[in-house]
Each structure stands twice: as C-alpha cells, then as structure tokens.
Design a protein around this ligand. Structure first.
Ligand code: K1U
Ligand code: ZN
Length: 189
C-alpha cells in the first residue's frame, strides 16, 4: 500500500466531475486500499479519488468512533437514490481545505447505491455523520467542495487564505504561510 499526496484548494483538479469506474478491477482495488491508508494517516473520516488526483468515482470512509473497531467502507460509483426532506447541520472539515471548518446544512438521511470492491451492486441507508460524510464525498466526485455550500463571502475568504498559504509555502516561507498577523488559520466560521 502507499500514502498518496492529497490535493488542496484551490486546485482545478478538485473542481472537475469524475468519470464512472467501468470495471472494478485490481487497479481500482489498489487505489481504494491506498486511499484508505492515506485517509487514516491524514487523519480523516473520508476521502474521494479526485482528492488524490484521480478522476474516478470512488470513495472511502470510516466513521467509527474512537474505541470502536475500524469500519472501513469502499464505494465505487456511489449515487444518492433518496434524500430526506428534513435537513441537519454539521460542522464539516475537508482534507483538501486544511484547518478550516464550517457548519453545512444537508439532508439528514440518504440512501446510496454503489458497487463494492467485488463489483457487486449494494445500497446503504445512512443518517448522522455517515450521511453527512457520504454526501461530502459524493460532492467531491462532482467537483463540489463544502465551501460551495457557504456564502460567496465566507467561501472567498477561506479560498484567499488557502491561496496565500500555498504561495507562501511555495516560497518556503512557512511562518508567513498562516496570515499576516501571525495567527494560525482559524476555525473561520
Ligand atoms: O473528504 C474529506 O476531505 C474528508 C473529511 C470528511 C468529512 C468530515 C466531516 C464532515 C464531513 C466530511 C474529513 O475527514 S476532515 C477531518 C475529520 O473530520 C476528522 C479528523 C480526525 C478525526 C476525526 C475527524
Ligand atoms: Zn473533503
């Protein structure tokens, strides 16, 4: 297995719609194994293939709580086939938007159809963090970041900070990569 580099916003590859997986073969299984390893190392509770620069519709998740046994999930070509009428708000993070968090409102519960790593068709019903995480990861497959669910003002504020940090990091200027007042990136919202 291998750790994969995670793309961070703004990066045009995160805004592209990913292609369906034609066949669940060894290459796809290896990709998802590497994605899980990368997600655990980050650490995170989900990861979508476009976040590691692969434009394919594959996601991995593990929303097991601390102290519970790991519950890794690998989903190929996931699609939401039902969403509840009522919404829930959750403070989301994203490995591609490091150190920024914001409340996002989404349907409280969803049903998702997908293929497992043997290629078999499956369906899962989810609520709580799993429902939030599934919607967040499926958004990644359509080039949508949690920032796109925020107001343009909040989104642009975070994107400007990320761009500035990226440019400072490229200059090797780690200290100033945070912000001009020397503060850490914020729990912005
Ligand atoms: O898609 C991603 O970038 C992963 C993201 C998933 C997610 C988190 C919260 C709500 C919706 C979707 C993350 O995993 S961010 C990191 C995170 O949530 C976390 C990190 C360490 C321990 C527990 C959670
Ligand atoms: Zn994300």
């Amino acid at each position: 297995m291998a750790l994969l580099p995670i793309l961070t916003a703004p990066d045009p590859r995160l805004k592209k719609k990913a292609k369906p997986v034609e066949k669940v073969d060894d290459g796809v299984r290896k990709l998802m194994a590497d994605m899980l390893e990368t997600m655990y190392a980050a650490p995170g509770v989900g990861l979508a293939a476009p976040q590691v620069g692969v434009s394919l519709r594959a996601i991995v998740l593990d929303v097991a709580r601390e102290g519970e046994p790991p519950a890794p999930m690998k989903l190929v070509n996931p699609e939401i086939v039902w969403a509840s009428d009522d919404d829930a708000s959750y403070e989301e993070g994203c490995l591609s938007v490091p150190e920024h968090y914001a409340e996002v409102v989404r349907p409280r519960a969803v049903k998702v159809r997908y293929r497992d790593e043997s290629g078999a068709a499956r369906e899962i019903a989810a609520e709580g963090l799993l429902a939030t995480c599934l919607q967040h990861e499926i958004d990644h497959l359509d080039g949508i970041l949690f920032l796109d669910h925020l107001s343009a003002l909040k989104r642009n504020m975070i994107l400007r900070k990320l761009l500035k940090e990226k440019k400072a990091a490229e200059r090797g200027d780690e200290k100033d990569a945070k912000d001009e007042h020397g503060d850490s990136p914020l729990h912005t919202l």
